[in-house]
Design a protein around this ligand. Structure first.
Ligand SMILES: O=C(CO)[C@@H](O)[C@H](O)[C@H](O)COP(=O)(O)O
Ligand SMILES: [Fe+2]
Length: 189
C-alpha cells in the first residue's frame, strides 16, 4: 500500500492565502452574462477589477479524498447587485460541501435544480453545510474582502453550465442601504 503524506498548512487569516496552493483569479471579464445590469457591467469592465481569488489544494479526482480551498471575494457591486462567485452544482451532483467563514461579511445563495433558493448569512466562524444536489454561490455584502474556506470531495467537480445560462432564481442587491434578496428577472424554469 502506498500512503500519501499528511499535510498541515496555516491559512493567513488576514489575506486568505494558503501557502503552496494553486491560485485562480476571476476578473469581471470572466463573469460576462452573470449580472443583470448589463450597462453597469460594461461600464465597470473598463476597470475590469478582480472579483475573487481562489487558493486551492486539490487531490486527484478520487472517491473518498478531500480538497480544500479559500476564496477571497472582493467588495463591489454591478448596478445594485453585490459581487459574487460564479456559482455551480457539483459535476457529481450528490457531493456535499462545508464552508467556513474566516473574515468579512457575506452569505451563500443555494438553489435546487427546480429553483428553490435559500440565503444564509455568513461571517467569521459561520459554518455552512451545502447538501448534495444544491448549487451554491457566495456573495460579498460588506465593504472589505469576504474570505472563507471550503472543504469538498476530491471527485465533486464543478458544473457551471446551468448557472451560467439561467443564473439563480434570486439576486442579492442593495436597496436603500439594506441587503435584500429579491426575485431575479432573468430566472426561467
Ligand atoms: O464550492 C467550491 C468548491 O466546490 C469553492 O471552492 C468555489 O469553487 C469557490 O468559492 C469559487 O466559486 P466558483 O467560481 O467555483 O463558483
Ligand atoms: Fe462547491
Amino acid at each position: 500500500m502506498e500512503y500519501k503524506n499528511p499535510l498541515g498548512v496555516d491559512i493567513d487569516l488576514e489575506t486568505g492565502v494558503i501557502p503552496g496552493a494553486k491560485k485562480l483569479v476571476r476578473r469581471l471579464s470572466d463573469l460576462k452574462g452573470y449580472f443583470v445590469d448589463e450597462k453597469a457591467y460594461e461600464e465597470l469592465l473598463k476597470e475590469n477589477p478582480v472579483v475573487y481569488e481562489v487558493y486551492a489544494i486539490e487531490q486527484e479526482e478520487k472517491d473518498g479524498d478531500l480538497n480544500f480551498a479559500t476564496t477571497v471575494l472582493y467588495p463591489g457591486k454591478v448596478g445594485r447587485e453585490f459581487f459574487f462567485t460564479k456559482g455551480h452544482y457539483h459535476s457529481k451532483a450528490d457531493r456535499a460541501e462545508i464552508y467556513y467563514g474566516i473574515k468579512g461579511k457575506g452569505g451563500m445563495l443555494l438553489q435546487t435544480p427546480e429553483g428553490r433558493a435559500e440565503w444564509i448569512e455568513m461571517g467569521p466562524g459561520t459554518v455552512v453545510y451545502v447538501p448534495p444536489y444544491w448549487a451554491h454561490r457566495t456573495v460579498n455584502t460588506g465593504d472589505e474582502p469576504f474570505i472563507f474556506l471550503a472543504i469538498y470531495p476530491a471527485d465533486a467537480g464543478h458544473d457551471y453550465g446551468s448557472i451560467a445560462e439561467k443564473g439563480f432564481s434570486k439576486l442579492v442587491v442593495e436597496e436603500n442601504g439594506e441587503v435584500m434578496v429579491v426575485d431575479s428577472p432573468k430566472w426561467k424554469e
